[in-house]
Design a protein around this ligand. Structure first.
Ligand code: ZN
Length: 469
């Protein structure tokens, strides 16, 4: 049974999606006013781990991640550079997709952009006005939190000091400032605006997520994630808007990822300890190692980022890679050790039980390294055979579908020379020079590379030990 800590109830609960085996997941995406920093990526990697684990356990996952391309921050930044909002955000949207690719974060099914969903937001705001959850003031529209008795249940905020009738226009504010928040902001000088039925202006940040989540996932869906920073006011406001509008429960499970700090200190630009992914890549750290570090601390604990920890992550990753290299390239004898399937099964259960318990990654990673340690001892004793080695590789690959920390198979194995040869053979075949193609095939075979022609193109297999140099 899978269990998650639900921020809403404050408890660990069994996880049961509304439709069995089909999980609807919404994760708050980037505000594209600058490059995402490693704290942001910690949250995205936690969400990726969650999603990959749900998939691994046989669920279908429909994942939506929004792109906030209009809000206070993006507008301010675009104005500072004197370019249009669209021109400004384009660069950071592209950078975001590059970065998630570097970190091997699986793509969402939908990446809706706020600026492309203004009519969906307007529809909800109109509905809220009609139901009198919202009111107009100086051409802006606000949500009246006193009309929504559930307000504060997610963030456990004390509403005794609720300043009813007071309004806030800014997208982000502290708990002490809880009061009516802006759904729609009136047209201002030097701000982009949309002409709509509710007036000329632009949306507040919170309504974006309410509109885009319900559009792709329906009024009620299974899991909503974000960083702990999002709990108040962003997610609290999302609940208020969505539930007031639809009359239905908005989200069943709220999962939030904790902060990332650097060398024990809060990350901040002024301290110079706020890293973006590019900073780390420039220092020659590998994307997979960064991913490994960011996922290896439980998501509800503070992650203390240090370069020593990143070195360690790189070393741990190398241990897994070395192990696979050994399994692939050692001349194992034919045969089978019946203890290996038992060991694999035991570690698989441990791996699954760790992640099943509120994504307890430490337990799962311990299982992986325990397997490597035990298998290495068996290898040194000559108790691992060819079939066992294959089974071990298959197992690690299968759990790598969850962890996604190993390089693509192709990348780690063949040299550029061999790759060129395979390509030369492909070209010869395309030119119908079959004799030449066959000749190359033979040469590759002599070097231990077996080619297989499949309907998806040519695949290769290493059948001989590669000399290490
Ligand atoms: Zn959001």
């Amino acid at each position: 049974m899978i269990k998650f800590f639900n921020t809403f109830s404050g408890r660990i609960e069994p996880f049961n999606p509304i439709v069995p085996k089909e999980v609807k997941l919404y994760t708050c995406g980037p505000t594209v006013y600058t490059y995402a920093h490693i704290g942001n990526f910690r949250a995205y990697i936690f969400e990726d781990l969650l999603k990959r684990f749900l998939l691994f356990m046989g669920n279908k996952v429909i994942h939506v991640m929004n792109i906030t391309d209009v809000d206070d921050k993006t507008i301010k930044a675009a104005n500072a550079e004197k370019v249009s909002l669209q021109q400004y955000t384009k660069k950071y949207i592209e950078a975001f997709f590059q970065d998630i690719n570097t970190l091997n974060i699986a793509e969402a099914d939908y990446y809706p952009r706020a600026t492309e969903h203004i009519p969906d937001m307007v529809r909800i705001i109109k509905g809220l006005l009609k139901k009198r959850y919202a009111y107009e003031k100086d051409d802006s529209i606000y949500f009246d939190i006193s009309k929504f008795p559930e307000y504060g249940k997610l963030s456990k905020i004390d509403l005794k000091e609720l300043r009813s009738g007071q309004r806030l226009e800014s997208d982000e504010y502290e708990k002490e400032n809880a009061c009516d928040f802006a759904l729609w902001k009136n047209k201002k000088e030097e701000e982009p605006f949309w002409k709509t039925e509710i007036g000329a202006g632009r949306p507040g940040w919170h309504i974006e997520c309410s509109a885009m989540s319900s559009k792709y996932l329906g009024h009620t869906f299974d899991i909503h994630c974000g960083g702990v920073d999002n709990i108040f006011p962003h997610h609290e406001n999302e609940i208020a808007q969505s539930e007031a509008y639809s009359g239905k429960k908005f989200v069943i499970y709220w999962l939030h990822c904790h902060h990332l700090i650097v060398n024990g200190e809060k990350m901040s630009k002024s301290k110079g300890n706020q890293f973006i992914l590019r900073d780390l890549l420039d220092k020659n750290f590998d994307g997979r190692a960064i991913r490994f570090l960011l996922l290896s601390t439980h998501y509800r604990k503070i992650l203390n980022f240090t370069f020593e920890a990143l070195d360690q992550a790189q070393a741990s990753l190398q241990r897994i890679k070395d192990f696979i290299y050994e399994l692939k390239n050692r001349p194992f004898k034919e045969g089978k050790n019946k203890d290996i399937p038992k060991l694999i099964e035991e570690m698989k259960q441990k791996f699954i039980s760790g992640l099943s318990h509120d994504l307890n990654i430490s337990v799962s990673l311990t299982a992986l390294f325990e397997l490597i340690k035990k298998a290495n001892i068996l290898i040194s004793q000559g108790k691992v055979f060819r079939k066992d080695a294959e089974n071990l590789i298959r197992f690690i690959r299968s759990i790598n579908n969850v962890l996604a920390i190993l390089p693509e198979e192709e990348q780690e194995d063949i040299s550029p020379k061999i790759r060129d040869k395979i390509e030369a053979r492909e070209n010869a075949r395309a030119e119908k020079k079959y004799k030449r193609a066959d000749q190359i095939r033979k040469e590759l075979l002599e070097q231990g590379i077996l080619l297989e022609d499949t309907k998806d193109g040519v695949r290769w297999k290493i059948i001989k030990i590669k000399t290490q140099n």
